[in-house]
Design a protein around this ligand. Sequence first.
Ligand SMILES: Cc1cc2nc3c(=O)[nH]c(=O)nc-3n(C[C@H](O)[C@H](O)[C@H](O)COP(=O)(O)OP(=O)(O)OC[C@H]3O[C@@H](n4cnc5c(N)ncnc54)[C@H](O)[C@@H]3O)c2cc1C
Length: 479
Amino acid sequence: MLRSPLSFLRNRIPEIPHLELLATEEEWWRGEGVGISADIDRGGTPWLRMFDRDGKRADEIVYPREYQTILKRGYRAGVVWRALEEKSLSPTYSLMHVISFYDPGVCCPYTVSLGTAVPLAKYGSGELQTRFLAQLLRKDDSVWQGATWMTEIKGGSDLGAAVETIARPAGDGWRLTGEKYFTSNAGAELAVVAARPEGAAAGVRGVALFLVPRNRANGELNYLVRRLKDKIATRSVPTGEVELKESEGYLLGSADRGIYMILEVLNLSRVANSVVSVALAQRAMAEALTYAERRSAFGKRIIEHPLLRRQFEERVNGLKAAFALAWESVRLLNEVWMERPPYSEKYQLFRLVAHLAKYWTAEFAADTAKWAMEVHGGLGVLAEYGAERWLREAMILAIWEGTSHRQILDGMEVMERQRAHKLLFGRLEEHALSKEVEGLEEEVERHLRLPTEEREAQAEGIFRKLAIFTAETLARRMK
Ligand SMILES: Cc1cc2nc3c(=O)[nH]c(=O)nc-3n(C[C@H](O)[C@H](O)[C@H](O)COP(=O)(O)OP(=O)(O)OC[C@H]3O[C@@H](n4cnc5c(N)ncnc54)[C@H](O)[C@@H]3O)c2cc1C
């Protein structure tokens, strides 16, 4: 079960849809994709061809040829189009579990493309949808890619203070000027971009969300890619820096609701991050198992030694718990993703579960990748054994889409302001001892009554405890 992402999915969710599709994807990845992914990780990072042969600015992201094979395959399989056509996110996230077991990085372009298509479908005017949506939902290799660019040089956590990109009304749209410092999927045909309409309020309330195409209406480049980042992992994703210079942009929804839309985009990516984290942990464990069954020490295979065997069994339980938490966030998001503000109670519950899931699954993935490397002993640090890659990949999962600190603090806020933990405990009651639920609820309430400084300083312990308790309780429900 551990060595196959689909077997694990089926074991946890027997009614998982699109079995045949998932099986085809897994088979292809196991046979061909896995080699392409390893090659790209080792040396095939995309590069930026800034000028064409006539010296004209081109800003083309050049990939190894095989990259297109893995990238386009996921789009064709429906990682984006199925969500809107089938009105469900579960095909997207189950495809992501299978794909990211083999290549966690490639799920980033899929996630940001989904994060472009969904707000366009929800908040874009009829005219914008007619102009752009169909391209993002194409089922062949001509599909457009999306991107979600919020972060600027001053930082990603405090968007209200950091977003300095300015938007000015112009004709039937807007002109955006500013610099985006972390732009995954640079080169995408269409991006959603956070910018501040001129004269808007300070802080997050003054940030709006715009659609920015790669090309202007006259065909010229609409944004420039300054450079691509040289990263520790997710090498299959071109993450760059982008300059917006009087770039043509189109407002999504109303300007004073931008922050809600940005958070909705983040919802999609945080849930994706949770699914990918679990799949990565599964992959690291599968490789550790294969190795431990082969390697011998003290007269027997290392997996047969009680200490290692126990660690392994406990980690399998941890994986099931992390999976249950991630998929609870998928289930809840599926119920609320079409909501608009003012949101329902269920949306607030989703927010809390998504923060718990993003936080805990990323921590679990990084810890599991470190453990898997240790199981390989000294060979684990050698590139040819593969274990070091999962550790590199895992380190990114805890940072992008909001660091673990942000998940903890935002999760605390949704408990304090929306009382979301009440709903969570109500949901867990059926599968946990009432004494346990009541005890933890009291602890959370006590924590929320602490003075602000102390509440923040001590937040990680209680948040971690809540995440593990939620994950383990939900895993019992899945048995
Ligand atoms: C590979 C990669 C790709 C990315 N792609 C994109 C992209 O496509 N689009 C995009 O918009 N962004 C992207 N990002 C940026 C990412 O979202 C940010 O890195 C992340 O939000 C954190 O922001 P920062 O790096 O500026 O850290 P900062 O905000 O500067 O924070 C630095 C540290 O301080 C901590 N911190 C901040 N505030 C608090 C607080 N109140 N309490 C405690 N600790 C705090 C943070 O948690 C962090 O540990 C990408 C990042 C990476 C690594």
